[in-house]
Write a protein that binds this ligand. Structure first.
Ligand code: PLP
Length: 413
């Protein structure tokens, strides 16, 4: 089927929760191809999911072997892939006595994290979770309530109780939100959907100290910034702060659905049989996929590559931003979770780049989010920079032409 036919069929048979423009049919590494034969450089990576690139041969082999051996048994039985994966994650977390629970998505991992915090606090009447404005934690009822953005909540009330909002990178605002009912603070070390906003170092270390002082939990949502994306295994490892527990999903299975809760010693013994469960959590197939992802990141030294290529990409983006100072405000992010912050809506630039063969995401209104795979090459980044540079010049010219008086729109030279 060609794109037009797929789009027509989708319109008839799928709820219109999304608004895609192109249909992708194949991928390899950092490239994807659409149903009409066009090639793209994929700097979306399925929204920080395909971190080791599309169809990495080692993952293909691991999944093919496992799918032909054993796919699913339920958690009524042991399956060796589950403790092997939990060990691999726990050892890299830096949390002492870390243990995992496997589920299937980011929202489900955060739901579990919230349940864990509530169960921990239940003896002392603590159940409130403080989350950040502009955060994103998922689309289930509890996680959309945790998400500090009205637009994802509107129309879905009554919302579950027990969520309180504070300002990201503002320690005082968190301190002000703490009550005798507070069980936990939940943060992203780097807000992804919120506009690619990294936590400030003093904020994270101060938050850890504040949580210790007040006897409450520090939870990190690592769904987007975890699994190597920032150049560390987990986003919080860029900071001087260890959470009591954190959630994972997106990049963990490189596209095979899997999520996880990882808890340090304070929380790892809270869940007892009957407290929490999911049928599909930690199947041999999902765990084999995730194990292959961790092996590839390690064997191919992708954390180092992420740091190196991230620094190189930032340098190139800053050069472009400098040429368009009047409407490109900033380049920010960590590792290969980067944002080009504009003073105008980012959708026009994203669309222009797609036409030129580079896939990116317009986020938070005015941010262009860039998520190459962690094994991206310098050559691929150079290609992307060339396309972004061209698109910015074209956009600049169009914006200047549209304005009756170039001086007024700020686009005139
Ligand atoms: C994507 C995302 C989620 C939700 O994950 P789903 O798998 O879509 O449920 C939660 N938190 C963060 C930080 C995310 O980026």
């Amino acid at each position: 089927m060609k794109t037009a036919e797929i789009a027509e069929m989708q319109k008839q048979y799928l709820m219109s929760t999304y608004a895609p423009g192109i249909a992708l049919v194949e991928g390899a590494g950092a490239n994807v191809w659409d149903a009409d034969g066009n090639e793209y450089l994929d700097f979306v990576s399925g929204i920080a999911v395909t971190n080791i690139g599309h169809c990495h041969p080692k993952m293909v082999r691991a999944v093919q072997d496992q799918v032909a051996t054993l796919v699913h048994v339920s958690n009524l039985f042991f399956n060796e892939k589950q403790p092997l994966l939990a060990k691999a994650i726990a050892e890299r977390s830096g949390l002492s006595g870390a243990k995992c629970f496997f589920c299937n998505s980011g929202a489900e991992a955060n739901e579990g994290l919230i349940k864990l915090a509530r169960l921990w606090g239940s003896e002392h009447g603590k159940y409130e979770v403080i989350t950040m404005r502009q955060s994103f934690h998922g689309r289930t009822l509890a996680t959309l309530t945790a998400t500090g953005q009205e637009k994802v909540q509107k129309g879905f009330g009554p919302l579950p109780e027990g969520f309180v909002y504070a300002n990201f990178n503002d320690l005082q605002s968190i301190e002000d939100a703490i009550t005798s009912k507070t069980a936990a603070v939940l943060v992203e070390a780097l807000q992804g959907e919120g506009g690619v906003i990294p936590a400030e170092p003093e904020f994270m270390s101060g938050l850890r100290a504040l949580c210790d002082e007040k006897g409450i939990l520090l939870l990190c949502d690592e769904v987007q910034c975890g699994v190597g994306r920032t150049g560390q295994w987990f986003g919080f490892q860029n900071y001087d702060a260890l959470p009591d527990a954190f959630s994972l999903a997106k990049g963990l299975g490189n596209g095979f659905p899997i999520g996880a809760i990882v808890a340090g010693e304070k929380l790892s013994g809270i869940f007892q049989p009957g407290h929490h469960a999911t049928t599909f959590g930690g199947t041999p197939l999902a765990c084999a996929a995730a194990l292959s992802v961790i092996n590839v990141i390690e064997e191919d030294q992708l954390l180092a590559n992420t740091m190196m290529m991230g620094a190189y990409f930032i340098e190139g983006l800053c050069a472009i931003a400098l040429k368009h100072k009047k409407w490109i405000a900033q380049v920010r992010g960590l590792g290969l979770l980067l944002g080009l912050v504009l003073d105008v809506p980012s959708l026009a630039l994203q669309k222009k780049l797609q036409e030129k063969g580079l896939l990116t995401i317009a986020t938070a209104g005015n941010v262009l989010r860039l998520l190459p795979p962690l094994n991206v090459t310098q050559d691929e980044i150079d290609q992307a920079l060339k396309l972004i540079g061209e698109a910015c010049v074209e956009l600049h010219d169009e914006m200047a032409a549209q304005s009756p008086n170039p001086c007024q729109c700020g686009m005139g030279e």
